[in-house]
Design a protein around this ligand. Structure first.
Ligand code: UDP
Ligand code: MG
Length: 315
């Protein structure tokens, strides 16, 4: 019998976890599989850990890993992948925005042998502020223009994967993790299931607009070098313009002979070029900062407590 591991990152989800658990167990018991539920407590400040402990002592299918602080969802997913024992592995949000009811269908696609991964994509952005949707669309247009990994608009982290794909994802051990890019970069055959946008059952979203914006920038800097090319491209263009202007000034001097004029032009040019240089330095700085973090080789997560004492605590 095949084993399915569900990975559930939880950050302040005390209200959602019992609902999620009930739903997930109902669905999994209806399938002909073994399973484990790996809850990753990402440094919650509410009763999440207490609830996870209760679940784990009542049900041997439940495993929990509890981080020493909040490391972020990407790290929680990584810890889950590292500790998953299943033949198939899925990541789901605790808030039931990723309905476990889709699992049997996803499982059937993988079992057919035609696909290595079944992922969901939102077909609408119902209930989302229009500004956020607009920025999201711009982001996907931008990153897909420049990145070698195709990043599908509306793609969610909710997907069921084969062991081969999970191992490939784990092999990408970079510190700056952008899962949407990683899942696509590793390749494999992916089946996309359309899904309506659902509201979370309880609690509230941890993503503010600015957090999402930063995450989007992370994605761009992690998966494209386009900003660097744009910087050098602009540099070349500016140099050409400068030479053309120089030629213009010399010719004008020879013909008309009026060297002093254009104070406003000079100030504008100084400001413009200064601004451009700072921006481009910033771009280079972004890559340098990422390189710096990568070379430090810090662990992705630190587990302070777990249901199984044999798990790797630092990874
Ligand atoms: N999450 C996490 N660590 C964080 C933020 C979120 O593990 O720092 C989890 C959260 O508990 C939930 C999932 O990631 O299970 C998605 O978070 P959320 O529902 O807030 O995001 P949204 O659905 O609004 O994009
Ligand atoms: Mg959510």
């Amino acid at each position: 019998m095949k084993k399915i591991s569900l990975i559930i990152p939880c950050y302040n989800e005390e209200a959602s976890i019992p609902l999620f658990y009930a739903e997930a167990v109902k669905v999994l018991n209806g399938m002909d599989v073994e399973y484990e539920l790996i809850f990753v407590n990402d440094g919650s400040r509410d009763g999440t850990l207490r609830i996870l402990k209760e679940l784990a002592s009542a049900d041997s299918h439940v495993v929990y890993l509890s981080f020493s602080r909040n490391f972020g969802k990407e790290s929680a997913m990584y810890a889950g992948f590292s500790n998953a024992k299943g033949d198939y592995v899925a990541v789901l949000d605790a808030d039931l925005q990723h309905p476990p009811a889709l699992l049997p269908e996803m499982y059937a696609f993988l079992e057919s042998g035609e696909y290595d991964s079944v992922a969901t994509r939102r077909i609408n952005r119902k209930g989302e502020p229009p500004v956020r949707s607009w920025f999201a669309r711009r982001f996907y247009a931008l990153i897909n223009r420049f990145s070698e990994a195709e990043i599908i608009d509306g793609a969610q982290d909710y997907r069921l994967m084969t062991r081969e794909m999970v191992d490939a994802v784990l092999a990408m051990s970079e510190y700056n993790r952008f899962s949407k890019g990683i899942f696509s970069w590793v390749g494999f055959r992916t089946k996309w299931l359309p899904q309506e946008n659902t509201e979370r059952v309880a609690g509230e979203s941890k993503w503010s607009f600015w957090k999402l914006f930063r995450y989007a920038c992370d994605g761009i800097f992690s998966f494209t070098q386009a900003p660097l090319s744009i910087a050098s491209g602009l540099g070349v263009i500016m140099t050409i313009i400068a030479f053309l202007y120089l030629a213009f000034v010399i010719i004008k001097y020879l013909l008309v002979g009026d060297p002093v004029a254009g104070w406003a032009t000079i100030i504008c040019l100084i400001l413009f070029i200064g601004g451009l240089q700072l921006t481009m330095l910033g771009v280079i700085g972004q890559y340098l900062a990422k390189t710096y973090m990568e070379t430090k080789n810090r662990p992705h997560y630190i587990i302070s407590e777990a249901s199984d004492e044999n798990v790797r605590k630092i990874g």
